[in-house]
Design a protein around this ligand. Structure first.
Ligand SMILES: [Zn+2]
Length: 156
């Protein structure tokens, strides 16, 4: 999936989380934004991605050691990052949930791709529905649909 598709998917996951918890407007925006940006994080394993551009040295090392769509695309990765986040002083629990929701949305969207994701890393196996490839018209169409749903959901 394209970075913008992942951002929209993550933001939508965050919005759904915030709305389901009945959060005040400021928190809705914060949770939606955190989830949107965390949805970009799994692709830090390639320098070609948005997160990889921002964190280039890390992206280079991860790409060389783990490859694209490796360990960063696993349930273990999101668990470890969430646990690490829990130890940051002052971080609200809802923000950790937003992070997890966004990150998981990335794994779900890449699951639609034929390449699949190693959800159970370090155990073997890649999981995929094989519906459509990154950068195709379907990827762009999904971005538009996710944006429309997000826009409708953010309208108060
Ligand atoms: Zn990915």
């Amino acid at each position: 999936m394209l970075g913008r598709t992942h951002f929209m998917g993550g933001a939508l996951a965050g919005l759904a989380l915030a709305k389901s918890m009945g959060l005040p407007l400021g928190e809705v925006w914060a949770v939606t934004g955190i989830a949107g940006f965390s949805a970009l994080l799994p692709d830090v394993d390639t320098p070609k991605s948005t997160a990889g551009n921002v964190l280039f040295p890390l992206a280079f090392v991860l790409n060389r050691t783990l490859g694209h769509r490796g360990a960063t695309h696993s349930l273990l990765a999101v668990l470890m990052l969430a646990l690490a986040g829990a130890f940051i002083p002052g971080v609200k629990t809802i923000y950790l949930f937003a992070f997890v929701a966004g990150y998981l949305s990335h794994l779900l969207l890449d699951f639609l791709n034929p390449e699949g994701v190693p959800l159970l890393y370090p155990f073997g196996g890649r999981f995929s529905l094989g519906l459509f490839t990154t950068g195709t018209i379907f990827d762009n169409l999904l971005t538009v649909v996710l944006f429309a749903i997000l826009f409708a959901g953010l309208k108060f």
